[in-house]
Design a protein around this ligand. Sequence first.
Ligand code: NAD
Length: 260
Amino acid sequence: MLKGRSAVITGSTSGIGLGIAHALAKEGCNILLNGFGDATEIEKIRAELANDFKVKCVYSPADMSKPADIRAMIALAAKELGSVDILVNNAGIQHVAPVPEFPDEKWDQIIAINLSSVFHASKAAIPLMRAKGWGRVVNIASAHGLVASPFKSAYVSAKHGVLGFTKTLALETAKEQITCNAICPGYVRTPLVDKQVDDQAKVHGIPRERVIAEVILKPQPSGRFVEVDELGALTVFLCSEAGKSITGTSLSVDGGWTAA
Ligand code: NAD
Protein backbone atom coordinates (compact mmCIF):
# COMPACT_ATOMS: atom_id res chain seq x y z
CA MET A 1 0.00 0.00 0.00
CA LEU A 2 2.88 2.37 0.78
CA LYS A 3 5.36 0.83 -1.64
CA GLY A 4 8.28 3.13 -2.42
CA ARG A 5 7.50 5.66 0.32
CA SER A 6 10.36 6.56 2.67
CA ALA A 7 9.79 6.63 6.41
CA VAL A 8 11.90 7.97 9.26
CA ILE A 9 10.94 6.50 12.64
CA THR A 10 12.76 8.01 15.62
CA GLY A 11 13.51 5.71 18.54
CA SER A 12 12.91 2.60 16.44
CA THR A 13 15.52 0.23 17.86
CA SER A 14 13.03 -0.91 20.51
CA GLY A 15 9.40 -1.09 21.58
CA ILE A 16 6.70 0.90 19.77
CA GLY A 17 9.08 2.51 17.24
CA LEU A 18 10.43 -0.87 16.17
CA GLY A 19 6.87 -2.20 15.82
CA ILE A 20 5.92 0.78 13.63
CA ALA A 21 9.08 0.37 11.51
CA HIS A 22 8.13 -3.28 11.02
CA ALA A 23 4.53 -2.41 10.03
CA LEU A 24 5.65 0.27 7.54
CA ALA A 25 8.34 -1.99 6.01
CA LYS A 26 5.68 -4.70 5.59
CA GLU A 27 3.70 -2.19 3.49
CA GLY A 28 6.76 -1.60 1.29
CA CYS A 29 8.21 1.55 2.86
CA ASN A 30 11.93 2.19 2.87
CA ILE A 31 12.98 2.75 6.46
CA LEU A 32 15.38 4.89 8.44
CA LEU A 33 15.87 3.30 11.85
CA ASN A 34 17.07 5.44 14.75
CA GLY A 35 17.77 4.92 18.42
CA PHE A 36 20.32 3.57 20.83
CA GLY A 37 21.36 0.02 21.62
CA ASP A 38 23.85 -2.71 20.92
CA ALA A 39 25.44 -2.18 17.46
CA THR A 40 25.30 -5.89 16.51
CA GLU A 41 21.65 -6.13 17.55
CA ILE A 42 20.72 -2.96 15.59
CA GLU A 43 22.51 -4.23 12.47
CA LYS A 44 20.57 -7.52 12.80
CA ILE A 45 17.27 -5.60 12.95
CA ARG A 46 18.29 -3.43 9.97
CA ALA A 47 19.33 -6.40 7.82
CA GLU A 48 16.20 -8.40 8.73
CA LEU A 49 13.83 -5.56 7.78
CA ALA A 50 15.67 -5.02 4.48
CA ASN A 51 15.75 -8.74 3.60
CA ASP A 52 12.32 -9.80 4.87
CA PHE A 53 10.41 -6.99 3.15
CA LYS A 54 12.76 -6.21 0.22
CA VAL A 55 13.03 -2.54 1.19
CA LYS A 56 15.96 -0.18 1.78
CA CYS A 57 16.75 0.18 5.45
CA VAL A 58 19.38 2.51 6.89
CA TYR A 59 20.30 3.31 10.47
CA SER A 60 21.07 6.70 12.03
CA PRO A 61 22.50 6.91 15.57
CA ALA A 62 21.26 10.52 15.89
CA ASP A 63 20.63 11.65 19.45
CA MET A 64 17.14 13.21 19.57
CA SER A 65 18.28 15.65 22.26
CA LYS A 66 20.65 17.26 19.70
CA PRO A 67 19.12 19.41 16.92
CA ALA A 68 22.23 19.08 14.69
CA ASP A 69 22.00 15.26 14.94
CA ILE A 70 18.30 15.42 14.01
CA ARG A 71 19.04 17.53 10.92
CA ALA A 72 21.81 15.06 9.94
CA MET A 73 19.35 12.15 10.33
CA ILE A 74 16.81 13.75 7.98
CA ALA A 75 19.62 14.58 5.52
CA LEU A 76 20.77 10.94 5.65
CA ALA A 77 17.24 9.74 4.85
CA ALA A 78 17.03 12.17 1.91
CA LYS A 79 20.39 10.96 0.58
CA GLU A 80 19.96 7.21 1.11
CA LEU A 81 16.19 6.78 0.67
CA GLY A 82 15.49 9.64 -1.76
CA SER A 83 13.20 11.67 0.52
CA VAL A 84 11.19 11.66 3.73
CA ASP A 85 7.53 10.97 2.96
CA ILE A 86 6.60 9.72 6.42
CA LEU A 87 8.01 10.99 9.71
CA VAL A 88 7.10 9.11 12.89
CA ASN A 89 8.26 11.07 15.94
CA ASN A 90 8.40 8.31 18.51
CA ALA A 91 11.61 8.56 20.57
CA GLY A 92 10.85 9.18 24.21
CA ILE A 93 12.07 8.65 27.75
CA GLN A 94 10.46 8.78 31.17
CA HIS A 95 11.50 9.83 34.67
CA VAL A 96 9.27 9.59 37.73
CA ALA A 97 9.73 11.91 40.74
CA PRO A 98 7.74 14.52 42.68
CA VAL A 99 8.22 18.09 41.41
CA PRO A 100 10.42 19.35 44.31
CA GLU A 101 12.78 16.41 43.78
CA PHE A 102 12.64 16.27 39.97
CA PRO A 103 16.26 16.60 38.69
CA ASP A 104 16.72 19.70 36.46
CA GLU A 105 18.76 17.73 33.94
CA LYS A 106 16.02 15.07 33.64
CA TRP A 107 13.42 17.80 33.00
CA ASP A 108 15.61 19.31 30.25
CA GLN A 109 16.35 15.90 28.72
CA ILE A 110 12.69 14.84 28.61
CA ILE A 111 11.57 18.16 27.08
CA ALA A 112 14.38 17.89 24.49
CA ILE A 113 13.78 14.25 23.48
CA ASN A 114 10.00 13.97 23.89
CA LEU A 115 8.99 17.44 22.64
CA SER A 116 11.71 19.57 20.98
CA SER A 117 12.85 16.69 18.73
CA VAL A 118 9.33 16.60 17.23
CA PHE A 119 9.79 20.24 16.20
CA HIS A 120 13.35 19.83 14.89
CA ALA A 121 12.59 16.67 12.87
CA SER A 122 9.38 18.14 11.42
CA LYS A 123 11.13 21.41 10.57
CA ALA A 124 13.76 19.50 8.58
CA ALA A 125 11.32 17.04 6.95
CA ILE A 126 8.41 19.30 5.89
CA PRO A 127 10.35 20.99 3.03
CA LEU A 128 11.13 17.50 1.62
CA MET A 129 7.44 16.51 1.84
CA ARG A 130 6.43 19.80 0.17
CA ALA A 131 8.91 19.17 -2.65
CA LYS A 132 7.11 15.88 -3.37
CA GLY A 133 3.61 17.24 -2.67
CA TRP A 134 2.79 14.50 -0.13
CA GLY A 135 3.62 13.74 3.47
CA ARG A 136 2.56 12.21 6.76
CA VAL A 137 3.73 13.18 10.24
CA VAL A 138 2.68 10.81 13.03
CA ASN A 139 3.62 11.84 16.56
CA ILE A 140 3.58 9.16 19.23
CA ALA A 141 2.27 11.13 22.20
CA SER A 142 0.53 9.32 25.07
CA ALA A 143 -2.62 9.20 27.19
CA HIS A 144 -0.41 11.54 29.21
CA GLY A 145 -0.83 14.06 26.38
CA LEU A 146 -4.48 14.32 27.45
CA VAL A 147 -4.49 13.65 31.19
CA ALA A 148 -1.90 13.79 33.96
CA SER A 149 -0.54 11.41 36.57
CA PRO A 150 1.45 12.49 39.61
CA PHE A 151 5.28 12.38 39.52
CA LYS A 152 5.49 12.58 35.72
CA SER A 153 5.63 16.38 35.36
CA ALA A 154 8.17 16.55 32.53
CA TYR A 155 6.64 13.67 30.57
CA VAL A 156 3.07 14.99 30.91
CA SER A 157 4.21 18.52 29.95
CA ALA A 158 6.13 17.27 26.92
CA LYS A 159 3.28 15.06 25.69
CA HIS A 160 0.68 17.84 26.11
CA GLY A 161 3.11 20.01 24.11
CA VAL A 162 3.28 17.40 21.35
CA LEU A 163 -0.51 17.64 20.92
CA GLY A 164 -0.28 21.44 20.60
CA PHE A 165 2.49 21.14 18.03
CA THR A 166 0.50 18.50 16.13
CA LYS A 167 -2.49 20.82 15.75
CA THR A 168 -0.30 23.75 14.69
CA LEU A 169 1.62 21.83 12.03
CA ALA A 170 -1.66 20.36 10.74
CA LEU A 171 -3.08 23.85 10.22
CA GLU A 172 0.08 25.00 8.46
CA THR A 173 -0.10 22.06 6.01
CA ALA A 174 -3.90 21.65 5.77
CA LYS A 175 -4.17 22.77 2.14
CA GLU A 176 -1.41 20.41 1.03
CA GLN A 177 -1.41 16.62 0.84
CA ILE A 178 0.38 16.54 4.16
CA THR A 179 -1.23 15.44 7.41
CA CYS A 180 -0.02 15.61 11.00
CA ASN A 181 -1.61 13.59 13.78
CA ALA A 182 -0.81 12.22 17.21
CA ILE A 183 -1.41 8.73 18.57
CA CYS A 184 -2.05 8.59 22.31
CA PRO A 185 -1.35 5.10 23.59
CA GLY A 186 -2.19 3.88 27.05
CA TYR A 187 0.23 1.40 28.59
CA VAL A 188 2.11 -0.75 26.10
CA ARG A 189 4.42 -3.51 27.35
CA THR A 190 7.84 -2.24 26.22
CA PRO A 191 11.27 -1.80 27.91
CA LEU A 192 10.16 1.74 28.94
CA VAL A 193 7.22 0.31 30.91
CA ASP A 194 9.18 -2.68 32.22
CA LYS A 195 11.55 -0.23 33.90
CA GLN A 196 8.58 1.52 35.54
CA VAL A 197 7.30 -1.86 36.78
CA ASP A 198 10.69 -2.51 38.41
CA ASP A 199 10.80 0.99 39.96
CA GLN A 200 7.23 0.75 41.32
CA ALA A 201 7.86 -2.76 42.70
CA LYS A 202 10.70 -1.27 44.77
CA VAL A 203 8.63 1.77 45.87
CA HIS A 204 5.58 -0.30 46.88
CA GLY A 205 7.48 -3.38 48.04
CA ILE A 206 5.18 -5.72 46.07
CA PRO A 207 5.88 -8.29 43.28
CA ARG A 208 5.94 -7.24 39.61
CA GLU A 209 2.64 -9.03 38.79
CA ARG A 210 0.84 -7.05 41.48
CA VAL A 211 2.44 -3.79 40.27
CA ILE A 212 1.14 -4.51 36.74
CA ALA A 213 -2.40 -5.33 37.90
CA GLU A 214 -2.81 -2.86 40.77
CA VAL A 215 -0.64 0.12 39.77
CA ILE A 216 0.26 0.20 36.07
CA LEU A 217 -3.00 -1.06 34.54
CA LYS A 218 -5.23 0.58 37.15
CA PRO A 219 -6.13 3.59 34.93
CA GLN A 220 -6.66 1.36 31.86
CA PRO A 221 -10.26 0.01 32.01
CA SER A 222 -9.52 -2.78 29.51
CA GLY A 223 -7.18 -4.26 32.14
CA ARG A 224 -4.65 -5.29 29.50
CA PHE A 225 -1.67 -3.77 27.76
CA VAL A 226 -2.02 -2.22 24.30
CA GLU A 227 -0.07 -4.30 21.75
CA VAL A 228 2.71 -2.73 19.67
CA ASP A 229 1.09 -4.19 16.53
CA GLU A 230 -2.08 -2.14 17.13
CA LEU A 231 0.00 1.06 16.96
CA GLY A 232 1.76 -0.14 13.81
CA ALA A 233 -1.59 -0.82 12.12
CA LEU A 234 -2.97 2.61 13.06
CA THR A 235 0.17 4.33 11.77
CA VAL A 236 -0.17 2.49 8.45
CA PHE A 237 -3.81 3.59 8.22
CA LEU A 238 -2.92 7.25 8.91
CA CYS A 239 -0.29 7.03 6.18
CA SER A 240 -2.71 5.52 3.66
CA GLU A 241 -4.87 7.46 1.21
CA ALA A 242 -7.90 6.64 3.41
CA GLY A 243 -6.30 8.81 6.09
CA LYS A 244 -5.87 11.90 3.91
CA SER A 245 -8.55 14.01 5.67
CA ILE A 246 -7.52 13.02 9.18
CA THR A 247 -5.26 15.83 10.34
CA GLY A 248 -4.60 17.85 13.47
CA THR A 249 -6.15 15.30 15.77
CA SER A 250 -5.15 12.83 18.43
CA LEU A 251 -6.22 9.20 18.35
CA SER A 252 -6.43 7.43 21.70
CA VAL A 253 -5.43 3.77 21.87
CA ASP A 254 -5.73 3.38 25.60
CA GLY A 255 -8.33 0.71 26.47
CA GLY A 256 -10.73 3.42 27.68
CA TRP A 257 -8.30 5.26 30.02
CA THR A 258 -9.19 8.79 28.89
CA ALA A 259 -12.93 8.02 28.66
CA ALA A 260 -13.12 7.70 32.42
P1 NAD B 1 11.37 2.14 24.52
O1 NAD B 1 12.22 2.53 25.68
O2 NAD B 1 11.10 0.69 24.25
O3 NAD B 1 11.94 2.75 23.19
C1 NAD B 1 12.40 4.07 23.13
C2 NAD B 1 13.23 4.25 21.89
O4 NAD B 1 13.72 5.59 21.88
C3 NAD B 1 14.46 3.33 21.84
O5 NAD B 1 14.70 2.97 20.50
C4 NAD B 1 15.57 4.24 22.35
O6 NAD B 1 16.87 3.85 21.92
C5 NAD B 1 15.15 5.56 21.73
N1 NAD B 1 15.73 6.72 22.35
C6 NAD B 1 15.76 7.06 23.67
N2 NAD B 1 16.44 8.21 23.82
C7 NAD B 1 16.84 8.60 22.58
C8 NAD B 1 17.57 9.69 22.08
N3 NAD B 1 18.06 10.65 22.87
N4 NAD B 1 17.80 9.76 20.75
C9 NAD B 1 17.33 8.80 19.91
N5 NAD B 1 16.63 7.73 20.33
C10 NAD B 1 16.40 7.65 21.65
O7 NAD B 1 10.01 2.95 24.72
P2 NAD B 1 8.55 2.78 24.10
O8 NAD B 1 7.66 2.35 25.22
O9 NAD B 1 8.57 2.01 22.83
O10 NAD B 1 8.20 4.31 23.83
C11 NAD B 1 8.17 4.87 22.54
C12 NAD B 1 7.32 6.13 22.57
O11 NAD B 1 5.99 5.78 22.93
C13 NAD B 1 7.78 7.19 23.58
O12 NAD B 1 7.64 8.47 23.03
C14 NAD B 1 6.82 6.97 24.74
O13 NAD B 1 6.66 8.14 25.49
C15 NAD B 1 5.56 6.60 23.98
N6 NAD B 1 4.58 5.88 24.80
C16 NAD B 1 4.87 4.69 25.37
C17 NAD B 1 3.90 4.05 26.12
C18 NAD B 1 4.15 2.71 26.77
O14 NAD B 1 3.31 2.31 27.57
N7 NAD B 1 5.22 2.02 26.45
C19 NAD B 1 2.65 4.64 26.31
C20 NAD B 1 2.39 5.86 25.71
C21 NAD B 1 3.36 6.47 24.95
